[in-house]
Design a protein around this ligand. Structure first.
Ligand code: SF4
Length: 621
């Protein structure tokens, strides 16, 4: 899939060629992108990459910001929020006051604040515990790396112990604040007492290793140079290569306020904001999301940013003070309806999400779900959307959305199609293995027969593979194990005897190995050796209630798209190889290992699976 771009700045052409070949951009490319006057072409390139990653989705969350205190032991020059105890504007919130600000309909609470000189460790833990106890469906995103480091030093606890206790109390993810700009020059001038890049990365990488995904930021538009912005992104990209634990990148436009660093009303320009979003999308090729933080960008710029690389609008953000104390001109809170409208006006699907970016609710019609794995690429690479919009979503979540009548068609996990076949109509396409699959893998420290009573971590994405695992364990090997769901993203696998992973992550670990596990089993190969049948992981289906002409049109579109996808395996392999960690040849070989049409053998395999499912006590996880 490509687009035509009429470049005014010819210097962008080599960069566009790199992007089309899925090659990583260099520092010099990043600087070139910032310096280009051809903002429209830059936006088109970034939007192309955005669509590869997020389809038509733009995410938002119903959230509340809590800044428990503005009293801070530091006095960073760019900060217009912090003050000292005893000053007229100083405030401290009790846990009761914090709870009072939360409501059951929000999904995420975002907690950051000043480094209070006197509060005790127990206060922070109790704050999280009380939030969890009173709002069990609310996910807690709390404490920047600066705060975590402060807790560690003040309470004389190792960083690991600080994070462990916070996680136990209810912490799910961490915000990305405190990064500012990873430049010693800027740090010495603006926030010399604050942690630098070394400690910021140490805290975030440690959090990832403990199964706590985090976010990341840059504060731009003050005294930093273009080169320092790009270097900041390159360091984040390297860290993401190592851990995969960053959920999103959030460019934060500097609000001058009364800091004296810039004149009070000298905000970043809309062009600079849009360049920042677009360059972030292009440099951070391994980051799933780029956020247009409307609080600092304004609603107007944020809405344009949704076609310049950003796929996340943050959320309703009730209670924000840090940016507004520094003079942010945006409203202090946006209603959900307003966010939905902004996203719709940008031509996108408004997707209400949770803290891990799993979709909870869609505000759109005519949505096709797309499994975001390499093996579904032949269906979607050349898909002409016409009246449909595309939502990349993992198989299990697609089933949940379809059950709620929110998805009109898609490549459904087999068990979800079976469960929902009263409302879904089967189309003659599927993802079926011939023998092995390479991307539905059990990583284990025990042979099959020794898994009796053991705990198996199950990735959050799977709906069908987990049932296949139950069948293999029980019906083929005669053992029962305990299944425990792991959330999306980074995980601490050390607590499991084996883990089931699927999709591109499994494909990568199948090639390079998963640390801590000695054995690797391919579930489709186990099935094939046993039943001598292919295994059908997913089938195309469409809502029965759609008009017949739409169903027919969609079937024809899928057929055309698949034919052209199968004819372009070489270019598909070239494009996606680096992303999934395979060589182009391995990528093509992987794609050729599937059958994409539902034939008699595939139908027989589905019936065999259905029969076996009734004979085993598959666990509900
Ligand atoms: S930026 Fe954070 S650490 Fe620095 S003064 Fe403000 S609240 Fe304190």
């Amino acid at each position: 899939m490509s687009i035509e771009i009429n470049f005014r700045d010819k210097n962008l052409i080599p960069i566009w060629e790199k992007i089309q070949n899925c090659r990583r951009l260099s520092m010099a490319d990043g600087v070139q992108l910032f310096r280009t006057p051809d903002i429209i072409s830059l936006g088109k390139i970034a939007h192309f990459v955005q669509k590869q990653k997020s389809g038509d989705a733009v995410y938002f969350v119903l959230n509340q910001k809590i800044e428990p205190t503005n009293i801070c032991v530091l006095a960073c020059k760019f900060c217009d929020f912090a003050t000292k105890a005893g000053k007229p504007d100083a405030y401290e919130m009790t846990i009761h006051e914090i709870l009072h600000k939360l409501t059951p309909e929000i999904h995420e609470v975002h907690i950051t604040g000043g480094l209070h000189p006197d509060w005790q460790w127990e206060y922070y833990l109790e704050m999280l515990r009380q939030i969890k106890a009173n709002f069990p469906n609310l996910d807690i995103k709390a404490f920047t790396a600066v705060e975590i480091d402060f807790f560690s030093k003040k309470f004389k606890l190792p960083l690991h112990e600080v994070l462990r206790q916070l996680k136990e109390a209810g912490l799910r993810t961490m915000p990305g604040g405190g990064a500012e700009v990873f430049s010693e020059r800027v740090r010495k001038k603006l926030y010399s007492s604050k942690i630098g890049a070394k400690t910021w990365f140490e805290v975030h990488k440690l959090a990832h290793s403990m199964g706590i995904p985090t976010n990341s930021t840059i504060l731009y538009g003050h005294i930093e140079t273009i080169e320092e912005r790009v270097a900041h992104m390159v360091r984040l990209r390297e860290a993401q290569d190592e851990t995969g634990g960053f959920l999103t990148f959030i460019p934060l436009a500097f609000q001058p306020g009364d800091t004296g660093i810039k004149p009070r009303n000298q905000f970043t320009s809309a062009i600079d904001d849009l360049k920042m979003i677009a360059v972030s999308r292009l440099m951070l090729d391994n980051f799933p999301h780029i956020k247009a933080y409307w609080v600092m960008l304004t609603e107007e710029v944020a809405s344009v940013a949704l076609n310049f690389g950003a796929d996340d609008m943050d959320g309703t953000v009730g209670g924000e003070r840090i940016a507004h104390d520094a003079g942010a001109v945006s409203p202090s809170k946006l209603a959900k309806d307003q966010i939905v409208k902004i996203i719709r006006d940008a031509g996108k699907i408004p997707v209400e999400r949770d803290v891990y970016y799993d979709p909870l609710k869609l505000y759109a019609e005519n949505v096709i779900g797309k499994i975001p794995y390499l093996n579904s690429v032949p269906f979607y690479e050349n898909f002409e959307k016409k009246q449909f919009k595309i939502l990349p979503v993992n198989p299990r979540r697609m089933g949940i959305l379809a059950e709620d009548n929110q998805i009109d068609a898609g490549l459904f996990s087999l068990v979800d199609y079976m469960r929902l076949n009263d409302s879904l109509e089967l189309l003659p396409f599927c993802i079926a293995t011939r023998d092995q699959v390479k991307s539905v893998m059990l990583f284990s420290n025990h042979g099959w027969g020794d898994l009796e009573g053991k705990t198996i971590g199950i990735c959050d994405d799977t709906a069908t593979s987990v049932k296949l695992l139950s069948i293999l364990l029980e019906a083929k090997y005669g053992v029962r194990a305990t299944f425990k769901r792991m959330h999306t993203g980074v995980n601490d696998y050390s607590e499991y005897d084996a883990v089931l992973l699927i999709g591109d992550e499994a494909l990568k670990f199948n090639k390079f190995g998963l640390a801590g596990f000695e054995l690797v089993f391919d579930l489709a190969k186990e099935w094939y050796d046993w039943r001598k049948l292919p295994f059908v992981f997913a089938v195309w289906a469409v809502k029965k209630s759609l008009p017949e002409n739409q169903k027919k049109g969609l079937t024809e579109q899928i057929h055309r798209s698949l034919e052209s996808g199968e004819n372009s395996f070489d270019s598909v392999g070239q494009f996606h190889a680096q992303r999934v960690g395979l060589s182009p040849e391995e990528t093509v070989e992987y794609l050729r290992g599937f059958n994409y049409r539902l034939g008699e053998r595939e139908k027989a395999a589905i019936e065999e699976f259905r029969t076996l499912l009734t004979k085993v006590a598959t666990e509900k996880v």
